[in-house]
Ligand binder design. Structure first.
Ligand code: SF4
Length: 209
């Protein structure tokens, strides 16, 4: 399968935030979200066998792996990779765009599924079958007031919070985290505020010691 990069870092998103994790980033995405921060993964990458991917992962001490992209589920081998990682056993998560049905993903893998909001430019792509998959959580990237209220309505209409964790993440360059925090409080939203922790840790504007 075509892999863009494999690296070891702190998980910056989802309910697994803060945990040391090995990331396997696949190459290729069929969407073009306005805020995409992994455009370099649209085409760049090299072919690797699943054994080669395992060999790269095993160089790191973590027993936690996140398959991300791009859109990992565009490649059929991703399903085999996720199952084999679960067998190993690694603690496994998958980050996916919400535009592909995740129901065939190994049930032991935690799916972090995007619901694309209006400012993404890819709104309306969500596959409703994804609401049937357990061991999932749903992420909304909020870039405007319209996105916020659109997400609130979506969560309410489909009763998502009754069965899943709902995450609202501020679009990094469009709104301030504080604005979103205040909005969640004002509107008594069921969503959990999520900051992209890795961007604060690795940002060049944040001074190290
Ligand atoms: S789905 Fe993810 S990788 Fe694809 S364009 Fe959107 S943000 Fe970028």
């Amino acid at each position: 399968m075509k892999i863009n990069e494999i690296f070891y870092s702190i998980q910056g998103e989802s309910t697994l935030v803060g945990l040391p994790t090995v990331f396997v980033r696949t190459s290729g995405c069929h969407l073009r979200c306005t805020y995409c921060d992994t455009k370099y993964a649209y085409h760049e990458g090299r072919q690797m066998t699943i054994d080669e991917i395992f060999a790269s992962i095993s160089k790191y001490p973590a027993r936690r792996v996140c398959l991300t992209g791009g859109e990992p589920l565009l490649q059929k081998e991703s399903y085999h990779l996720l199952a084999r990682l679960c067998d190993e056993p690694y603690s496994v998560s998958l980050e996916t765009s919400g535009d592909i049905n995740c129901c065939d993903v190994d049930p032991r893998a935690r799916c972090v599924i995007d619901v694309k909001t209006p400012s993404s430019g890819e709104c309306g792509r969500f596959k409703m079958e994804n609401l049937k998959r357990t061991n999932s959580e749903f992420k909304f990237v909020i870039g405007s007031e319209e996105d916020f209220f659109w997400s609130e309505a979506f969560v309410k209409q489909f009763c998502i919070a009754e069965n899943f964790v709902v995450l609202y993440s501020p679009s990094f360059e469009l709104i301030e985290p504080r604005w979103l925090a205040e909005k969640i409080l004002q509107e008594n939203s069921i969503a959990r505020l999520q900051l992209q922790l890795h961007k604060y840790i690795w940002s060049p504007s944040v001074r190290g010691v």
